[in-house]
Ligand binder design. Structure first.
Ligand code: FES
Ligand code: FE
Length: 404
């Protein structure tokens, strides 16, 4: 794949959003080769719990073992290749293939192989594993082996930021899937800037300053409309110091694939809600009182996450085809929080349900424009530098990642 002649300060030429050949290449070089955010520990609370997932054409499942680890395997039996587990979620202590009942334990070892002689080497026919990494309760997988070793660097940098929220002690209060009629990159590009926020996200901008999401963190170059944000930031930084909460911006260091920062919430908000009240009475982790900030985390190629003192919202993007993209949102609350008592589901999910719908409309509208026949790459503003950063990372993957 050549990017010569493509201006890095502009959006991509139309073929990158519409060509099925380029889409196939993206699956190979990015989604089958890189660490991909897919789920979180709260998806698998008990030993034996499993979830099935698909990236591109590859299907696999994650399961919690008896000893509490999360393992991942391709969803295929080693006998004649029948799909092993069915449905989106479930629980079992033995994986029994429906075809001829070959049976595997939770570590993927073949325990019973119907029809085979007594001396059949069962140890050679365990399930085909995938690489799994859990960081602060977020589950990343890699469908190639060996997986990129940079996961350990990411883990050591991110763990202190995520630890205060104790994600493994949460439960999923709600999950919503949206299928957007657009190329997956438009979902990510849209997420990597907040230039569109003031004209499109009235609900989101109640708890959020538009600063910090592509502008406003350059302390030497403060724009007039960022004054209030900067003042709040300084005040909160002192509080975060006292609370021992990491807050410094880490932005794609050493070519790594994440950006994280703690940002103050706007309008006295203490959660991603429309009123300055918590969305869930039970707070997460070590928080003793609601904290008016959010830790945000973005990972290439497919996620963004917001950690609040009373809940977590995580977003995973799965490309389904060149023009269809699944956006999966999960809202997590403390494991012992009770719906209707500690939180109201509509209140908890309102801001991001509205924001997701608005972003879906923007991404789909952009896709229709790109497919109009008249689209030409457009210039990116300074405030859209994180879009440039994503596109630069993307072009590196397509030119440098070997296909496995
Ligand atoms: Fe699974 Fe035969 S295909 S037991
Ligand atoms: Fe948006």
């Amino acid at each position: 794949m050549s990017f010569s002649g493509i201006d890095p300060n502009f959006t991509l030429p139309p073929r990158f959003y519409t060509s099925t050949e380029i889409f196939e290449e993206e699956l190979e070089r990015i989604f089958y080769s890189r660490w991909i955010y897919v789920a979180c520990e709260a998806d698998l609370p008990k030993p034996g719990d499993y979830i099935t997932l698909k990236i591109g054409t590859r299907s696999f499942f994650l399961q919690r073992t008896e000893s509490g680890e999360v393992h991942g395997f391709y969803n295929v039996c080693r006998h004649r290749g029948h799909e092993l587990v069915q449905g989106e979620t479930g629980n079992c202590r033995r994986l029994i293939c429906p075809y001829h009942n070959w049976t595997y334990d939770l570590n993927g070892n073949l325990k019973h192989a119907r029809g085979m002689d007594a001396d059949f080497p069962k140890e050679d026919f365990g399930l085909n594993p995938i690489e799994v990494a859990v960081i602060g309760g977020l589950i990343y997988v890699c469908l190639s082996s060996p997986a990129p070793a940079d996961i350990e660097q990411v883990r050591s940098m991110l763990t202190p930021y995520l630890a205060p929220y104790e994600l493994p002690k949460t439960k999923i209060a709600c999950q919503k899937d949206i299928i957007e009629a657009c190329n997956w990159k438009l979902v990510i590009e849209n997420n990597r800037e907040c230039l569109h926020c003031t004209s499109n996200h009235p609900e989101l901008l109640v708890p959020l300053y538009s600063s910090g999401f592509g502008k406003g963190l350059d302390k030497d170059n403060v724009q007039p409309d960022e004054r209030r944000f900067q003042e709040k930031l300084q005040e909160k930084e002192r509080e975060w110091e006292n609370l021992g909460l990491p807050y410094e911006l880490i932005e794609f260091p050493d070519n790594l694939w994440f950006r994280t920062v703690r940002l103050p919430l706007a309008n006295q908000c203490i959660s991603h809600t429309l009123k300055p009240e918590h969305a869930c009475k039970k707070l997460l982790g070590n928080f003793k009182k609601p904290e008016g900030s959010g830790l945000s985390l973005w990972t290439h190629p497919n996620s963004w996450n917001h950690f609040l003192s009373d809940h977590i919202v995580t977003f995973a993007v799965f490309p389904l085809s060149v023009d269809k993209t699944l956006v999966r949102t999960k809202w997590l609350v403390a494991a012992d929080a009770v719906e209707g008592v500690d939180y109201d589901l509509e209140n908890l999910t309102h801001v991001w349900t509205q924001t997701n719908a608005q972003d879906q409309s923007l991404a789909e509208g952009t896709y229709r424009g790109i497919c109009s026949g008249g689209y030409m790459p457009g210039p990116l503003a300074d405030e859209e530098y994180l879009v440039k950063q994503f596109l630069s990372w993307y072009s590196d993957q397509l030119t440098e990642t070997p296909v496995h």
